[in-house]
Each structure stands twice: as C-alpha cells, then as structure tokens.
Design a protein around this ligand. Sequence first.
Ligand SMILES: Cc1ncc(COP(=O)(O)O)c(C=O)c1O
Length: 400
Amino acid sequence: MPLIPIARRAETLQVSEIVRISERARGLAAQGENVISFGTGEPDFPTPPHVMAAAALAMHQGKTTYPPTAGIPELRAAVCNGHNALGGAPVVPEQVLISNGAKQVLSNAFLATLNEGDEVILPAPFWTSYLDMINVVGGRAVVVACGMSTDFKITPAQLREAITDKTRWLMLNSPSNPCGAMYSAAELSALADVLRDHTGVAVIADEIYQHIAYKDFTTFSSVAPDLADRTLTVNGVSKAYAMTGWRIGWGIGPLPLIKTMTAIQGQATSGACSISQAAAVAALNGPQDLLAERLNSFKERRDLVVNALNATGLLTCPMPDGAFYVFPDCRKTFGKKTPKGAVIEDDAGFCAYLLEAEGVAVVPGRAFGLPGHFRFSYAYSPQSLQEGCRRISRVVAALV
Ligand SMILES: Cc1ncc(COP(=O)(O)O)c(C=O)c1O
C-alpha cells in the first residue's frame, strides 16, 4: 500500500507499450547495441523557419502573459477559416477551443461528457491514448475490431451493432494512427446515416493527419452538416507543420460543449502557450507549399517501406492512404522458430525478436487494440528506413 493511496480512476493507467519499447530500445542503445527505432510518431522535419520567426517576434512584442483560456482571437479565426473552407455547416470562432495539443482537446471532451459507464465506440486499431483517456474518466470503451478485410475501417453494420443506450461517442480517426486508413466521403456518409437514427450518439472526428493524405481527404463535418450539433472535429499543427513540441491543437464543435471544455481547461492548464499560439497563426496563415513537399517525401518513404516489407513474404503490409505509419500483418510468422530456438507466438513476441535480434524497435498491434500486426512509423530518414527494412527481412528470413 503506497503512503499516498492512488485513486481508483488512475489505477488502470499503465506506461504505454510505445513508451516501454522506446525505453527498452534506449537501454539497448546505451549498452552499445546498434538500435534503430521506428516507434514514435512525429515528423522528422524541422518546424518551418517563418513559424519560428513568428514565435520570436511574439516573445519580443511581449506576448508573454496569460492568453485567453479558449485561445487568442487570431488563431481561433484562422482555425475557423480553414474549417469553413472544407464545407459543412459554417462555424464561428467561438466554436473553436485552442488547447495544449489535440491530446488535451480529447481529454477535455471526455471529461466534459462522460459519466461513469458511458460508452465510446472505438474502432480498432486505435491510437492508444484514446483508451486510457476514456478509462481514466470512468467511461467504457467499446472496442470494435476492424481488420484488413474492411481496410481497418468500421462498417455501418458494425457501428449499428455496437450502439447501446449508453453510447455517447463514436471515435473516428481519419487518416488513422496506427494504420493510415482513411475514410472516403461515401464511407463517412454511410456512418452518418447510422448516427441519424441514434440521436444520443455524437462523433469525435480526429483529423490530426488531415494534411498527410495520399488520396482526397474528407472531413466528417462536410458530409454531415446536419449533425454539426453532435460533431467535435479535432486537429492541430503537430503533424502537418512538424510542431509536436509546440503543443497546439484545437477542437471545433457546438457552443455548449466548447464552453464546458473551456471551463475544464481553464482549471487544468489555462490557455495554451501564448508564443506557440502566435507560431500556429503563422503556420496556418503562412505559405502552405511545404505541406505538398513534405507529403511527397512521406509518400516515397511509405512506398519504400511497404514494398520492402511485402517482399519478405511472411509479412503482409497494406498500402496506407494517409498518416506516416504502416500496420503490417505478422501472423504468418507465428509458430515459427528463431535461430535461438524460441517460438514466435504473437505480435509482441515478433516485435521482441526484431529488437533483440537486429535492434529494430516497432510497436505490437495489441497496443492499438488489434493484435497480429505491428506499427512501423516511417517518419524517419530514407537511409534508416532502408537499413531497418534490410534488418527486418534478415530476421524474417532466419525464421524456420
Ligand atoms: C491520432 C492522434 N490524435 C491526436 C494526437 C495528439 O496530437 P497533439 O500533438 O496535437 O497532442 C496524436 C499524436 O500522436 C495522434 O496520433
């Protein structure tokens, strides 16, 4: 029994598998092993120079005091304009909440809306944090497995089946972390049709990878403007503008929800960093050509990795439509023996073998609610991707 007892709501929280693997990889590297990690999901580009210049200017102009809790007006307006340009029911800046990353938007939303036992439909594979955020506020994640046969996407039939009178949210993430799946306009429309029959269910559309899309991106709000009162769109600058450390994300939703989320954030952290908000304004209002350049670079890397992994024969790697992850199926390696005589039993065993045998760190699919796969982030240099894929084909070829 610890001296300071831990609250029940926090007891379920564990160190994430992603962090555990990164730490193990760091430990091996510290012992002199040649480790390559494809574990974390952040762009390897620098933050654009004009964005950094805007931050420096903000500092020198004295924009260093508490910002408004819901965000500075310029940023809320820029977010609003960007959202309205995508179609859907028009929003006003008061419907935008700026937070410390998209992560805090999500956490605010669950805190604001979930009572004990309320359900959130979570199509798997899902970003690991959703599950913990739902659990910690006493909600219940209803995990719906969405395998390769439906391109890792929830179908209208699956959605209908999962809805109960306790369902509060459907969690949609397109393009997706960890598998890069992206919903088409028709697919989103079909899901919206189901929601029209269930007025108590709202949607969180986490579109943080909007700008890393190799096909046409559709925002959920544009296919279902009539559901605007029950749609929370989540986005931010982290992935598109290589600004993970600046911690700026936003939620766009109905006024009463945004007001409550703002009140929660006001007591937790106040407004997001004033300097970062000025930087985010420059990112959104400044030149956008870098998005296409970076997208091209990610696409080349995606193709390199998908081709190399499929060439191993035992791994099946679907071609993702967005984000910077692949989510290969490693089930054909199960039951095979490593050169040391150990039998690969599951995705965690395969990932452990990769790390021990060749120093390649990737994350098992079970961390994302869909075992039998692993997540490989390709936001790394082409050289390390090539070397990593060479090592993976060696370890796969060594299995008997
Ligand atoms: C699907 C998804 N949503 C949200 C986030 C959080 O983004 P932010 O850096 O804005 O908190 C991430 C980051 O990995 C993510 O993958």
